[in-house]
Every structure is written in structure tokens, then in C-alpha cells.
Write a protein that binds this ligand. Structure first.
Ligand SMILES: NC(=O)c1ccc[n+]([C@@H]2O[C@H](COP(=O)([O-])OP(=O)(O)OC[C@H]3O[C@@H](n4cnc5c(N)ncnc54)[C@H](OP(=O)(O)O)[C@@H]3O)[C@@H](O)[C@H]2O)c1
Length: 288
């Protein structure tokens, strides 16, 4: 048996991720434009999505009345200020750190899905792990899978702890490769190479070569070992990086992100100032 909502809504549809999700679902032809409702506190200057007219509102209750499935795409700190009753709605949250139990209690809703896409949704290459409360039916889960496939790839998880962890890992999108790129650029520039050459060289490593890692489990470990076994110049770099604590720094960073996702409570969110936003909470467009 299949399940199909009459209409799908996105609260926070005017935000970076809300718009990217809408573009992916409409652009792929998965959803017709008249089945999509989007809300924001303000209406956008550019209301078309993928060049098509959709329903916009600043009234979240109106959106909830129209839609059987609603995606929550607010910044986590705005969620608890939202008054929401979504009893008969399939509620899907992309917000970092807010648990199924908190979503369910605050929105008076039992069928809840949490998922964690990343910024690659803009090129429909997001990896979006997700999990569902017991009240989400098998047919609704298949519908969720089909929606997430328009954003990229997906996996259903059994444990919410794993979603917290992946918020820090895959939810980070291009952040960790970008940090690697920054370190490589700084070093190359300090050696006097021209900036345009450095930019193209680093992009060649991060973007040009990384498709070689696609589609294989254990791929990165095997590739690294192959370079270590070859015992060339790259092995000299890898051995030094490993000895200097490269892997340990990554492990500590991921642990810090996981901890930040666990620690997101209404109290910590409301006490945040722009300079004290912890890892896992977005502070600029495109961050998880
Ligand atoms: N960006 C990413 O790569 C990414 C990845 C994974 C998960 N996430 C999660 O996705 C969520 C959204 O992130 P984002 O980057 O899209 O943030 P964003 O660009 O700031 O979008 C959030 C939107 O929520 C709207 N909003 C706030 N309060 C509202 C309300 N009461 N009713 C309706 N709309 C309201 C805001 O509208 P106004 O501008 O009108 O106030 C804003 O446009 C966050 O929870 C984040 O953790 C983001």
C-alpha cells in the first residue's frame, strides 16, 4: 500500500535549506508546484521555485491546515518559539539537535521523522540519514525515502544517537574538505606560489580528485593505504601528517560536533549570542 500526502509544506521554506529542498523536489519533477506550500516570517523577493509558482504564506497554521506532511526547516533556536499543533501531520525535521521526543511534545504530533541533509542538496548530492518514530507507517517511510532520493542519497537509521553523530559528520557538507583546503593553500602561499596556481591546485585535489573516492565502502582507507604502500612523496606527507596527529584531530573534532548536537536544549539555544553559536547550529547560510 502506498501513502501520498495531498500537499507538502515547508516551514522556513524561505531559508537556504528550505529553498534548496523545494528546488530539488520540484526541479526533479517529483512534486507538482501546486502541491507545495512554503512559509517564512517574511515573504521572499523571489517567489518562484525552479521557475514555477508555489503557495507562500507567513501563517504557519494555514500551511498546517493545507498539508498532510510538513518539513520543519527553521533554525533550532527558532523552533521552540513556534506555536504548533500538528496532530494529524507527518512532521519531518531537518533541524540539528532537536530530538524526536522534543519535536513530538512541542508539536503535539506522534508521526515524526528526523533527517540530516547537507549543503550538497544544492547539487542534489546530499547524503541524508534519517529516522522515524514508531508511529510512522511503512508506507509513509517509503514516501520519505522517495522524497529524500530527490535530494541525493539516504539511509534509514535505527538509533537517534547515530543521527546526532552524523549531524557533525555528513551534516557538515563541504566544511571539513574546506579546512583541509585552507591548510594546503596557506602552506603553498607561504612557499611563494602564485595565488591563482594555488587555488587551482587545491581545487584539483579537493574537487578534481575526490570523485575517485565515490561509490566504494572502505574506499578512503584503501586509497590511503595504496599511497602509503607506494612509498613515494605522498607517503612521506601522509606518514608525517599521521605522526603529527592528523587522525586524532579529526576524531576530536567529530566528538566535539557530536557533543554539541547532544547539548542543544531550548535553554542553551536561547542563551546563544551570535559569537557563541556552538558547532551543529547554523550561523551562516549553508551550515548545518
Ligand atoms: N544549511 C544547511 O546546510 C543545513 C544542513 C542540515 C540541516 N540544516 C538545518 O536546517 C535548518 C534551516 O537552516 P538554513 O540554513 O536554511 O537556515 P536559514 O537560511 O536561516 O532559514 C531558516 C528560515 O526559517 C524561517 N523562520 C524562522 N522562524 C520562522 C517562523 N516562526 N515561521 C516560519 N518561518 C520561520 C526564517 O524566515 P525569515 O527569514 O522570514 O525570518 C528563515 O528564512 C536549521 O535547523 C539547520 O540546522 C541546515
Amino acid at each position: 500500500m502506498s501513502w501520498q500526502p495531498r500537499r507538502l509544506g515547508i516551514i522556513g521554506g524561505n531559508g537556504w535549506l528550505g529553498r534548496a529542498m523545494a528546488e530539488a523536489m520540484l526541479g526533479s519533477g517529483w512534486l507538482p508546484p501546486d502541491a507545495l506550500w512554503l512559509s517564512g516570517r517574511t515573504l521572499p523577493a523571489q517567489p518562484l521555485i525552479s521557475g514555477q509558482p508555489v503557495h507562500w504564506t507567513t501563517d504557519n497554521q494555514q500551511l498546517l491546515n493545507q498539508c498532510d506532511a510538513v518539513i520543519l526547516s527553521l533554525r533550532p533556536q527558532d523552533f521552540f518559539a513556534l506555536s504548533l499543533r500538528a496532530e494529524n501531520t507527518l512532521l519531518i525535521s531537518v533541524m540539528a539537535g532537536i530530538s524526536v521526543a522534543e519535536l513530538s511534545a512541542h508539536a503535539a504530533c506522534s508521526a515524526v521523522v528526523r533527517c540530516m541533509p547537507n549543503a550538497a542538496i544544492a547539487i542534489r548530492g546530499s547524503y541524508s540519514p534519517w529516522l522515524a518514530s514508531a508511529e510512522v507507517s511503512a508506507a509513509q517511510r517509503r514516501w520519505v525515502q522517495s522524497m529524500l532520493s530527490t535530494w541525493g542519497s539516504e539511509d534509514e537509521l535505527e538509533e537517534e544517537d547515530h543521527l546526532h553523530y552524523l549531524t557533525g559528520l555528513s551534516g557538515s557538507g563541504p566544511a571539513f574538505p574546506a579546512l583541509l583546503g585552507r591548510a594546503m593553500s596557506e602552506h603553498a602561499l607561504s612557499r611563494g606560489l602564485p595565488a591563482h596556481v594555488v587555488n587551482r591546485a587545491v581545487e584539483g585535489v579537493l574537487v578534481g580528485a575526490s570523485p575517485l573516492l565515490a561509490g566504494q565502502n572502505e574506499g578512503p582507507a584503501r586509497v590511503a593505504q595504496r599511497f602509503l604502500d607506494y612509498q613515494g612523496t605522498t607517503a612521506a606527507a601522509l606518514i608525517t601528517m599521521i605522526q603529527e596527529g592528523f587522525e586524532q584531530a579529526i576524531h576530536h573534532g567529530l566528538q566535539a560536533a557530536e557533543q554539541a548536537a547532544f547539548n542543544m536544549t531550548p535553554e542553551t539555544m536561547n542563551s546563544r549570542t551570535p559569537d557563541s553559536v556552538p558547532v551543529g547550529a547554523p550561523r551562516t547560510k549553508g551550515d548545518s
